[in-house]
Design a protein around this ligand. Structure first.
Ligand SMILES: [Zn+2]
Length: 172
């Protein structure tokens, strides 16, 4: 996955007002509850379990569900990396696909096929609500943890290896 080190920031393209949910480790920002429901249905992960459909999925309370799942993935990533120090809350920006593609085109060009990314400068993960799973989420969260846990930011190739290690080992 593409993890830009550059200065381009991808926010504030649309006038749609965004809402946010604060979790223990993150701030999830979104446009509509529909996107939160979609995101929730695609993240198959819950605290203390792995590999089977979460008890929270399909819940009437997608916000509660998302809070639990996002923090569970975050804590699992910390555990895998063995980097448990306190880090600044990472922002997770969830977009409906149209807006996601608009931002991606602007930041990475129209040929880009990247599915998600993390920008260090604003400590923000960018996610397409229509194309996400727990592995992608864990991968981007790992980037945030690695970059903020280490006093000196690791080279991007090293950070990428660590992030891939996390998304591959989410369940075991
Ligand atoms: Zn990556």
């Amino acid at each position: 996955m593409w993890c830009p080190q550059g200065t381009a920031h991808g926010e504030a393209l649309s006038k749609v007002s965004r809402q946010s949910i604060e979790t223990r480790h993150t701030i999830v920002q979104y446009e509509s509850l529909k996107d939160i429901k979609r995101f929730d249905s695609k993240i198959d992960y819950s605290p203390g379990e792995g590999g089977f459909k979460s008890l929270f999925s399909g819940t009437k309370y997608p916000i509660d569900s998302i809070k639990k799942k996002v923090d569970a993935v975050f804590e699992r990533a910390q555990e895998i990396l063995d980097m448990r120090g306190r880090v600044k809350k990472v922002v997770i920006n969830i977009y409906p696909k149209k807006h996601f593609y608009e931002i991606r085109n602007r930041l990475a060009g129209k040929k880009s096929r990247i599915r998600s990314w993390y920008i260090f400068e604003n400590n923000t993960i960018y996610i397409n609500a229509h194309d996400i799973h727990e592995g992608i989420l864990a991968h981007e969260i790992a980037h945030a943890i690695v970059n903020h846990y280490m006093t000196v930011r690791p080279p991007s190739a090293t950070a990428e290896i660590l992030a891939r290690y996390v998304d591959k080992h989410l369940y075991f």
